[in-house]
Design a protein. Sequence first.
Lengths: 111, 116
Amino acid sequence: EDKVVQSPLSLVVHEGDTVTLNCSYEVTNFRSLLWYKQEKKAPTFLFMLTSSGIEKKSGRLSSILDKKELFSILNITATQTGDSAVYLCAVERDYGQNFVFGPGTRLSVLP
Amino acid sequence: EPEVTQTPSHQVTQMGQEVILRCVPISNHLYFYWYRQILGQKVEFLVSFYNNEISEKSEIFDDQFSVERPDGSNFTLKIRSTKLEDSAMYFCASSEDLPDSNQPQHFGDGTRLSIL
């Protein structure tokens, strides 16, 4: 059965800390891995990763994929209270863009 | 920036009633999706839709569910006879039909469905 596992499930840090969120997967016909940030409502897109070893960056956020070891990490440096959210990892499989979501990591950044 | 819009934001319905959740995908997108998220649980795929037909559906998407694109802009999810366990947040998403350019799915804000 295809699955996506995220760790930790919950994380509490203080502003300025750096965090690393983990996502590992076992899916058939892997196509891409995506990271989303979910606050109160819709997940908002952060990164899409398809190739191993190529880091994607957006401001204080960065992510990288290892297709051999079947995992990805999402790094957030110099965290801010606005980074508090659930971070979802989703793996796209096949051509039909069927996603399997992980359970999410709930990040709380304290002032 | 174009966005996916969903209506209503919250729907309260008696068990056994039919509900229709509405979505307006981003205008140039051709793939459409429905997901649900039961409170406190993970986001689950329901169905994907392309070229006016279902391209894939999950085990959750049983005969009680149907999807339709009645016109050029709306994409709807219908639940024929709602059950208590259908209570969840339902997300619509859309993406461009560009398989080689790796376009992500964009989500709407969701409809919170509460079954009484």
